[in-house]
Design a protein around this ligand. Structure first.
Ligand SMILES: Cc1cc2nc3c(=O)[nH]c(=O)nc-3n(C[C@H](O)[C@H](O)[C@H](O)COP(=O)(O)OP(=O)(O)OC[C@H]3O[C@@H](n4cnc5c(N)ncnc54)[C@H](O)[C@@H]3O)c2cc1C
Length: 419
């Protein structure tokens, strides 16, 4: 997404000799779609949530038609479900948990301003009840890192406690059925055809085949000679914009990036199991967070609810599992564990499962460590010194959605044009 957007924007700015170099035979990176045998299922669930005008313009220009949806999100809870966001729907919890949440909200003492890590921030903002019931189990299952070892500045705008009136409604219920306030996830858009890869396909098509060198893994960067070495030979460059993971770009350029900063970077691996079944028994949610540590997946996404093309006439469920980046990925074992859990939970009957596919991505989620922002800025500055602009989810090593990746491309293009 970042590389193709940047190339397109450079082309629009009048730069004619742009080339995108990609290690795989297809473009799209994390946004690829499984289009085997009449299916259209994204490798990883991707919904376009943004109100950013530049990102929306690009999306509508390149996907060739889209549908709009109001999000319905849930959380797997005890023997049932509660609506997301958790803190807006406390009245859906059993009485003892409501009491725990309310007591700890009233007992909060430290201000959020003094927090040093994500655990302290969440405790100061949400209280111990919400922290221990939902926030810690879910987030530690996804990030595989203790919250006390995580930076929180990146997440600050994403978690909020409702105001006093809303909080009363959240705890007592009654005034409305459920909260629609799931910003930044309130609404999303999705391509009418082709899955999420329609977006990167549209960009690649506009750039033209001659500007994309696929199946060409970058192996080394010679910043003196201004050449990159790939599986398919050397390529000279005038300006280099890298959307590879920043640690790889540094290694290829023979740079260490400063004491320890590269070693401190953390990410997880995500394995996504796609289940195509005759029928799935779940409430009417687009996706469901699963904090329960005994279940292998941290999120379930019901694809056919927003993408009727996914597997016409069938239900499609994506189950995402998080693994440490260093773990060996045993795809068959993970798929078996996921299917067993779904059957035991009553989500799907074993005999109703028609097919399944497994996709693994690493790195998938950047895990912000303490001092993350400073480390990443230092590494980007090291690359800038040798004339390399780094951009994208792993190029900037930040929690970027598609719209942030588009914005990252725009910033990078400005730097390239200024250089
Ligand atoms: C599980 C998951 C769910 C997500 N869901 C959403 C969502 O719902 N909504 C949303 O907006 N965003 C979502 N995102 C984020 C979104 O995927 C990213 O913001 C975006 O795709 C990042 O694009 P990128 O180009 O920066 O990175 P990438 O897609 O990782 O692109 C990097 C490219 O570099 C290539 N490459 C790597 N190494 C080499 C090499 N040595 N030589 C040549 N090429 C190389 C890769 O093959 C890849 O094509 C999700 C991400 C994940 C992991």
């Amino acid at each position: 997404m970042t590389g193709l957007t940047a190339a397109y924007q450079l082309q629009c700015a009048g730069v004619e000799d742009v080339m995108v170099v990609e290690r795989l035979s297809t473009t799209g990176g994390l946004m690829r779609t499984n289009r085997s045998d009449g299916l259209t299922i994204d490798h990883l669930p991707h919904l376009f949530f943004t109100e950013d005008r530049g990102a929306l313009r690009l999306f509508s220009e390149f996907v060739g038609g889209y549908t709009e949806h109001t999000s319905r999100l849930g959380i797997r809870w005890d023997d049932g479900f509660v609506d997301f966001p958790f803190q807006n729907n406390i009245h859906q919890l059993p009485l003892s948990q409501r009491r725990e949440v309310l007591t700890s909200l009233l007992a909060r003492s430290s201000p959020t301003g003094s927090a040093r890590n994500l655990e302290e921030h969440a405790r100061a903002l949400l209280g111990d009840g919400i922290l221990e019931l939902f926030f810690r189990p879910y987030n530690e299952k996804l990030w595989l890192t203790p919250l006390a070892e995580m930076d929180f500045r990146w997440l600050k705008a994403k978690i909020a406690l409702p105001d006093a009136r809303e909080l009363a409604v959240s705890i007592l219920g009654g005034e409305r059925e459920r909260s629609l306030d799931v910003a930044p996830h309130t609404r999303f858009r999705y391509p009418r055809r082709g899955g999420i890869q329609a977006l990167t396909d549209g960009l690649a098509e506009r750039l033209g085949e001659h500007r994309i060198r696929s199946a060409s893994r970058v192996r080394a960067i010679d910043t003196g000679r201004r050449q990159i070495e790939t599986d398919r030979g050397r390529i000279g460059y005038h300006r280099l914009l890298s959307t590879l993971p920043i640690n790889d770009t540094l290694a290829f350029a023979g740079l260490d990036g400063g004491v320890g900063a590269v070693k401190r970077l953390r990410a997880n691996t995500v394995v996504c199991v796609q289940i195509v079944a005759k029928r799935v028994e779940l409430p009417d949610y687009h996706w469901i967070y699963v904090p329960d540590p005994s279940l292998p997946y941290y999120r379930l996404t019901r694809v056919d609810r927003f993408n009727p093309q996914a597997a016409p006439g069938l239900s499609v469920l994506l189950a995402e599992c998080a693994l440490p980046a260093s773990a060996r990925v045993e795809k068959a074992a993970i798929a078996a564990r996921v299917q067993r859990a779904l059957v035991t939970e009553g989500v799907v009957r074993a005999t109703d499962i028609e097919r399944h596919f497994v996709f693994a991505y690493s790195p998938a989620y950047v895990v912000p460590h303490l001092g993350h922002e400073e480390d990443v800025d230092t590494l980007a500055a090291t690359l800038a010194e040798v004339g390399i602009v780094t951009a994208g989810r792993f190029g900037e090593w930040r929690f970027f959605n598609m719209d942030h990746s588009i914005a990252s491309a725009t910033r990078a293009v400005e730097k390239v044009l200024r250089a």
